[in-house]
Every structure is written in structure tokens, then in C-alpha cells.
Design a protein around this ligand. Structure first.
Ligand SMILES: CSC[C@@H](O)[C@@H](O)C(=O)COP(=O)(O)O
Length: 370
């Protein structure tokens, strides 16, 4: 990323070494504490990485994938260091088994964002490919780290490209609406749904963004509002149930959202509430754009009906910042995502271009293999 693009220094996750002993670790911005506190965590064990993903300390499909890739590389480096400390050899078979087990551990954290599965599979594939060359295990561990760094770098690049393509759909003076957080905090770059907004704003277009607060975990209020404010993009925070009111008033030009998984027919799983927005947008003839990298496309699933929807704990609904807001013992549903059927989606903006219906054919034409 061009360092001068962002006014703030939003960094979500990165590879680093412990200052004291040079041990490999992952630096991570704890998003669960934003915007009140900006706290950086340093993770040295794969279990900490899995916990950080499960507890939304790092969240958003692309950066979940990058974090998982770093987690696999970290686990490999940790195992090698442990063996070296006791002067015991690490065999290729042991390394492969460990990488496989850690991938499974990470994949159990959140079922909907396909980037998690995509990234861990890519890490395992990388190991299998180089293992055939009978390279020393130490070098294989270093290559895993390089692969994770490559995944992060590709994410940065993809965000730029989505931003450039998407900005073409934004005109000077537009008011746009977004849901959840699909910005820099959800990626290692400038975001997905927010990337076109950043690129359009930097090119001199005057914009206004309506930000859904996004109950129950408030990614809109806590993260998107913070991120846009840091970047000086004019915004108005609204509660989720206000969106229809503003659409009816004719205030919204278009809607930009991210995605956690896109099925082969173009159905999109994204943060709960996206489907309601899409139906409302359709009724008001407002275009709804989904912005996502190819790593979010899952051509193995024919439709959104097969996308696993994460069910999260009831406390996210019954409490706000630890304070109970509902009667004790009340029954609660908490699906973290919903599926928007493809007829409600005006276009899917990827790093390879803007995809329009018919999605089944046009998504297949994108080369989604990496
Ligand atoms: C570029 S992020 C795309 C999606 O991951 C985003 O819209 C979203 O739904 C995030 O959900 P979250 O539960 O915060 O991980």
C-alpha cells in the first residue's frame, strides 16, 4: 500500500519477531476494543491465533484468511524452534502433520468466511509442493512464512484493484450506504467495500457515507465510523432499522457491502442485515454492489443455500458492553450472516473486474484459482 494514502496508520495483522529473543510472532490490532482503545497484541502460539479469530479480535473475511495463513506459518516456526532448543530433528512428516492439524484448528473458528479455508488450503498446498523437492525442513518453514507474506501482499494489491474498479461506479456528490465493516480493518489493504469509496474520495469526488451501526456486534458504529472518521470521509452513523427510511427519502445513491462467501450462482453471504438491505434497495431501485476478492468466491457451492451460517453466542444479542439489555433466560437467535440471493445484487466488484449477471457464467470465467 502507498503509505501516504491513509492519514491513519491502520494495520490489522503482520509478521514480526519478538524484540527480546527474536522469536517469530504475529502482531495484531485488537479490533474488539476499538474505538475506545487501540491495543496491539503479539501472538506466539497458534491457539492464540485461533482465539483471536473466534473472538473477533481480528475479523472480516480477507484478513481472517491472512491471519490464518500467518497462524500456520507461526505454528511451523514454533515447532521448529522447540525442536532446535532440545536439539531434536523435525521431520517432514511431523511438520506436514502439524501444519494439517493447525489448519484444522484455525478452520474450526468461523465457518462462513471462505477465505479462512482458502488460505489454510493454500498454505498446505505450498508445503506439499516444496516438500517434493527434498528441501531441508528449516527452509520449508521459511517458505511457509514467505507464502503467508505473499497472501498478505496479494490482499493489499487486490484491495487497490477493487477500489479502482468500484470507484468508477461512484459519482461526485453521491451519498452511499455501507453495512458492517468491509474497510481497511477487514483486510491488510484499503478494504473491499470501502476501497472504492477511498479511491473516489482521493480522486476529488465529494461523498457522504451512511454507516449502519450493524447489530449485534456493532462493526459499523465501532469500526467503520472510526475508520472513515480517521480518513476524513464525511459520514453519518445510523441504526440498522433507519436504512429504509433514508432510501425512501431518496437520499442514497448506491450501497456498497463486502462478502464472506459468494456461491457459484452469485448468492452472497455477508453480515446479518445485508439481505434486508438488499430487498429494500431493490424496492427503491438503488443499486447494491458487493465488493470482494476472488478468494471469497466459492465455486464449489452451487448456491447460497449451501453456505454454512455461523451461529454466535446469545450474549452478543442480550448484552451491550457487558450490560444486560434483555430479560434473563430469554430465547435468542444470533446468526452472524445472511444470504442475499443474486437477483438483488447489481454487480460483484473483484480485483479482476466488475462482474454482472448472469453470475453463474461470468463468475466461472474469472480465474479464481491462485
Ligand atoms: C471485507 S470484509 C467482508 C465481510 O467479511 C464483512 O462484510 C463481514 O461480514 C464481517 O463480519 P465479521 O463478523 O465482522 O467478521
Amino acid at each position: 500500500m502507498d503509505d501516504s494514502f491513509f492519514h491513519s496508520q491502520v494495520r490489522t495483522v503482520w509478521w514480526e519477531e519478538d524484540e527480546a529473543d527474536g522469536r517469530a510472532q504475529i502482531g495484531l490490532l485488537d479490533q474488539s476494543l476499538l474505538p475506545q482503545q487501540v491495543v496491539i497484541m503479539h501472538l506466539q502460539h497458534e491457539q492464540q491465533v485461533a482465539d483471536a479469530i473466534a473472538s473477533l479480535k481480528v475479523r472480516g473475511a480477507p484478513v481472517i484468511g491472512v491471519t490464518a495463513a500467518f497462524g500456520v506459518a507461526l505454528a511451523a516456526a514454533r515447532l521448529l524452534a522447540e525442536r532446535q532448543a532440545v536439539q531434536r530433528e523435525l521431520t517432514l512428516a511431523e511438520l506436514s502433520e502439524h501444519v494439517h492439524e493447525v489448519s484444522q484448528l484455525l478452520c474450526r473458528t468461523r465457518p462462513t468466511a471462505v477465505n479462512l479455508f482458502w488460505a489454510t488450503e493454500r498454505m498446505q498446498r505450498c508445503l506439499q509442493q516444496v516438500a517434493r523437492t527434498s528441501m531441508p525442513v528449516q527452509q520449508l518453514v521459511a517458505l511457509l512464512q514467505e507464502e503467508a507474506q505473499a497472501i498478505a501482499a496479494e490482499d493489499v494489491q487486490a484491495c487497490w484493484q477493487m477500489g479502482m474498479y468500484g470507484a468508477e461506479l461512484i459519482a461526485d456528490g453521491d451519498t452511499l450506504l455501507t453495512h458492517c465493516n468491509a474497510g481497511a480493518l477487514a483486510t491488510t489493504g484499503i478494504g473491499t467495500a470501502l476501497a472504492p469509496i477511498y479511491v473516489a474520495a482521493r480522486s476529488g469526488k465529494n461523498l457522504h457515507v451512511l454507516v449502519d451501526e450493524t447489530r449485534p456486534v456493532l462493526q459499523g458504529a465501532r469500526l467503520t465510523a472510526w475508520e472513515l472518521q480517521q480518513e476524513g470521509i464525511p459520514l453519518t452513523l445510523i441504526t440498522d432499522n433507519m436504512a429504509g427510511h433514508f432510501m425512501r427519502q431518496g437520499n442514497i445513491r448506491s450501497i456498497f457491502v463486502g462478502a464472506d462467501r459468494i456461491a457459484a450462482n452469485g448468492d452472497v453471504a455477508n453480515k446479518i442485515g445485508t439481505y434486508s438491505l438488499a430487498v429494500l434497495a431493490h424496492a427503491h431501485q438503488i443499486p447494491l454492489y458487493v465488493v470482494a476478492p476472488c478468494s471469497t468466491i466459492d465455486l464449489s457451492l452451487p448456491s447460497g443455500d449451501q453456505i454454512p451460517i455461523e451461529q454466535r453466542k446469545p450474549e452478543e444479542v442480550t448484552t451491550l458492553y457487558g450490560t444486560s439489555i434483555a430479560p434473563a433466560g430469554v430465547a435468542v437467535a444470533n446468526p452472524a450472516f445472511d444470504v442475499t440471493p443474486h437477483p438483488y445484487i447489481s454487480a460483484i466488484i473483484t480485483e479482476k473486474g466488475i462482474v454482472r449477471p448472469p453470475y453463474r457464467e461470468n463468475l466461472r470465467e474469472l480465474d479464481t484459482e491462485h
